[in-house]
Design a protein around this ligand. Structure first.
Ligand code: SF4
Length: 431
């Protein structure tokens, strides 16, 4: 403890002993999106699912502005607004919800999976969405399955929304029928990235590969004791725990960001299924070279520059590792909302000793540390970016790193460019 309220230094060594570096733990005010934000990419991923937020007008504004919906599109998300009558207990919120859901389903027969997504207001009035989902599922089976999870800002940050959504799907996954070992890639990836990985796995001789979440609600992959799961995202603690309860075994690997991360991620899967090194080299040599070349284009801008990452998406540690090892950037502090030492063991072992790690947030204190360090680039949420820019710091919106396809060999150059762009823009403005 350093004696300051809300600030403790945790120097304990975690259970698997992978990394003993100290982590500054902060539990103060935080500047992070709530878990509703995950709907922005999840509604594109599961194409016959619908996300019904049970929330307030604020929730509706958040989703709509984040997703930038086109006016003519048939959206796959909406908000059932909890109004004053519900809050005052004058209306039965369950009756209202049933009415909204039946109207929605009768108008949209394409919906096969409906998520009731909890929010701060639904939590405040103690609306039990899991019971509502059960009731509605019974009414609408077999045409529509209804599930629920919480995206509320009281319970979740940003990417935890995806974790909660996928966790709600795990009990629905069928049991592996023949006991054969399958590879389950866990975490929503852009379709283009998923297709690239599926092709690579095929060339490596791994044909029994499933991706979770699937593109269609009816294609939920099977899981059981033979399943090997490879996490594609670092923020899926609860989903991974539930899959492990179903018998799946996690393949330890870093995350597929950059040439190095992608190679190690693929290699871990190949080692698990006995793919020969010769075959691995033959299949990955060309895409690795392409990725290295693409990354090298941004290196002159970023090499030797310092970077500070505020906690936001839980991608911060893999991103820090990428910019440090493949772009030569100097890490000052990496903040993350939560640090799962088990899932991030490989990533942590790749970080330089000099970097400060922090978990959680006390935003004013963290801003002070950032100002003291005056990094060349600061990765942070939208709310912090403008004030920091006004103070002369170059910033990168962390949300872009989640909304853009960044995993895999063919995206490694784009990922590097996302970090280079703010510095290039500044240099141009100075000329
Ligand atoms: S869930 Fe809570 S934090 Fe998120 S938009 Fe709604 S009110 Fe705001």
């Amino acid at each position: 403890m350093d004696g300051l309220p809300g600030r403790t230094v945790d120097t304990s060594i975690d259970a698997i002993g992978c990394d003993a570096r100290p982590v500054l733990r902060e539990r103060g005010q935080r500047e992070v999106f709530c878990g509703l934000t995950g709907i922005v990419w999840l509604h594109r991923k599961i194409q016959d699912a619908f996300f019904l937020v049970v929330g307030s007008r604020t929730c509706a504004h958040l989703i709509q502005s984040a997703a930038g919906v086109m006016i003519f599109a048939e959206p796959r998300f909406a908000t059932a607004i909890i109004d004053e009558r519900d809050l005052a207990g004058l209306a039965d919120a369950n009756d209202e919800l049933d009415r909204v859901v039946s109207r929605l389903i009768s108008r949209r027969p394409d919906i096969k999976l409906l998520f009731l997504v909890g929010s701060c207001p639904s939590e405040v009035i103690k609306l039990d969405l899991s019971r509502a989902a059960l009731r509605l599922s019974r009414q609408m089976a077999p045409a529509v399955r209804v599930l629920s999870y919480s995206g509320s800002g009281i319970e979740t940050t940003f990417t935890q929304g995806e974790d909660a959504c996928l966790a709600s799907l795990v009990p629905e996954m069928p049991v592996v029928a023949d006991g054969a070992a399958d590879l389950l890639v866990v975490g929503a990836l852009a379709d283009v990235v998923e297709d690239q990985f599926r092709r690579l796995f095929g060339e490596l001789g791994l044909d029994r590969v499933a991706f979770f979440p699937p593109r269609k609600a009816g294609d939920l992959p099977a899981v059981g004791p033979g399943t090997r799961m490879l996490l594609a995202q670092p923020f899926l603690a609860e989903t991974a725990r539930l899959l492990e309860e179903r018998g799946a075994v996690r393949v330890a690997a870093p995350f597929p960001l950059g040439e190095e991360g992608t190679t190690a991620w693929l290699r871990a899967a190949c080692a698990e299924f006995g793919v020969s090194s010769a075959r691995f080299e033959a299949v990955t040599a060309a895409p690795r070279e392409r990725a290295r070349t693409a990354i090298a284009r941004s290196r002159p801008v970023l090499d030797g520059k310092s970077i500070f990452l505020f906690p936001d998406s839980q991608l911060e540690i893999p991103l820090g590792r990428f910019v440090s090892r493949e772009l030569g950037m100097r890490l000052t502090e990496i903040g993350t909302p939560y640090l799962h030492r088990g899932h991030l063991a490989e990533e942590l072992s790749w970080l330089p000793e000099s970097v400060a790690l922090s978990e959680g947030q006390d935003v004013e204190r963290q801003l002070d540390r950032c100002r003291d360090m005056r990094p060349d680039l600061t990765v942070c949420g939208l709310g912090l970016a403008n004030p920091l820019e006004a103070e002369g710091l170059a910033t990168k919106w962390s949300i872009e790193l989640l909304f853009s396809p960044i995993q895999g060999y063919d995206q490694a150059g784009d990922l590097a460019e996302l970090f280079a762009r703010p510095l290039v823009r500044r240099a141009k403005l100075r000329v």
